[in-house]
Design a protein around this ligand. Sequence first.
Ligand code: TMP
Length: 236
Amino acid sequence: MEKREQLYEGKAKKVFATDDETLVIVSYKDDATAFDGLKKGTIAGKGVVNNRMTNMLMQLLEKRGVPTHFVKELSERETLVKKVHIVPLEVIIRNVSAGSFAKRYGVEEGIPFDEPTIEFSYKNDDLHDPLINSYHAIALHLATKEEIELIKKYAFKVNEVLKEYFLALNVKLIDFKLEFGKTAEGDLVLADEISPDTCRFWDARTGEKLDKDRFRRDLGGVEDAYKEIFHRVTGE
Ligand code: TMP
């Protein structure tokens, strides 16, 4: 597999072409941003944690029937994935109130829900990723009705699998964000990453935050939190 030109650089990752037009290489950076890129920083070692954790979780999800873009881990920071067209929706599942949910509805963080919730944000930096409902997403041709149904089915399945997986590691999965993509063959697959950047993880005993909220909220111990969640997942 030959690495070719850079196709794209995002806030946390770069994407490179390969000699196979159906495959790309994702390279994870240590750069961190929050609040639409307003807050910028570096989290030493984050790229390694996010790459390896994402790959472990994607392989687990594949086994449990959720198709993903994952092909092969190439190094600590680089992974070969299927090239997809990203559906421009952030798909957010919540088990417990936190973050923008708590703020929007004026409730405390930490209230467990009877049933998980789902919401979508329109991935559009100029508009600051506004909340969008599925009817509006279909009207804007961001996804078809069938794709939205499949995205919901996969997202709740991901939640079932990961909630149980993390609880066994003494971690509560509070909420998380997923992105889906369409392959050249038209298959809908889970893409992007599943990491402390995109999930809220609270220690099941102490409630300690083991995710990017430590960076967003200036709580300190950011690197240690990434190391701790990585340790629980990989044993390393
Ligand atoms: P929120 O409560 O700020 O809406 O975040 C919900 C979840 O989505 C949380 O686990 C963090 C994740 N998230 C992202 O992955 N990217 C983002 O840009 C934002 C705002 C949240």
